[in-house]
Design a protein around this ligand. Sequence first.
Ligand code: LMR
Length: 392
Amino acid sequence: MLDQLEQQPADALLALIKLHNADPRSDKIDLGVGVYRTGQGETPVFGAIKTAERILVDTQDSKAYLGPEGDMGFVAALMPYIFGKDSPDMGGRIEGMQTPGGTGSLRLALAMAKRAGAKRIVVGNPSWPNHAQICRDLGLDVAEFNHASPDGTADMAGVRKAIAEAQAGDVLMLHGCCHNPTGIDYTQGEWDEIAGMLAGSPMLPLIDMAYQGLGHGMEQDAYGLRRVLVSVPEALISYSCDKNFGLYRDRVGALYVMARDAGDLPAIMSHGHALARANWSQPPDHGGAAVRIVLEDEKLTAQWLDELDQMRTRMRQMRERLAAAGQAGSIDLAPMGQQNGLFSIVGLTGEQVLAIREKHGVYMAGSSRINIAGLTSGNIDKFIDAVADVAG
Ligand code: LMR
């Protein structure tokens, strides 16, 4: 049977890691996959996480199974940060479970939506390519609306139309903050409008929250999510700790469900547990346990928030440098100063993306998405000159 299988292309983004590693040039610049880097180009383990891991090694007395929901202490500890300290479970209407990273959470959320009758996933274009890939794998249709305007802000007309034309069985995929790949988030006023429109819409919102804290801060980055949740009867929230706790390969995430009625949650979550069992049985424990230990300890929490602050500040500085450069050839870098998180789209053509890689050793996704954290005060001028050269 197996010889029937045709060769599949490697994931384009993950393939970039290998291409970059194989490039012998010492001044190459990696702006590919979304991992945070320091000004020295490193992706260190958070100090708060290192300490938590030591505590975990010293105190964990068993690695016996926990169940498909994973570490519920981890799931609960995140909730005040996501949903707000005043009502972290919206009066008992929110419950969660641990998942392998944000991808595991999205997979569960979409599979659960399908079981609940979802037919179509409505998503802004561009979006993280894995969104459509998971939908396709689950046999869900994808309908797109335009996300970004040419001036580097959100295309509100696109999302307005998508919500206005929604049908029963539609799920609306929203990026909670730090939009991947554009860095173009809705403003608070725009979130207010979207939340208002969703209040009267049949759409089920699915909010992908993979970068909380990397835009403007943990609280500010939750504005849109919280605004939507107070306006709609039910929602799915996919959460990732891979970036804001630096746990990438440990795969740490959670799926939260907000139900119309607290009494509906046991049945809804039983589908999440059954789907987890059929996919990975139980999530990996280590990273989630480390996050729980950080969040249960005031000092470690403060240290984590401080480390997050430093990351955000460094990325803001890089964005300011790009914005100050203004024009690089035909490319206007100014809008990047207003965009958020790890990513922005430069606006190069596919040919120019290849040219900047071959000629200058600058690696970015085929869409010309760059990882802002790959820029440092040592390489940013070279990057701007390289863009000007290929987009002259
Ligand atoms: C990215 O978009 O670079 C990250 O979300 C990493 C990934 O898994 O694609």
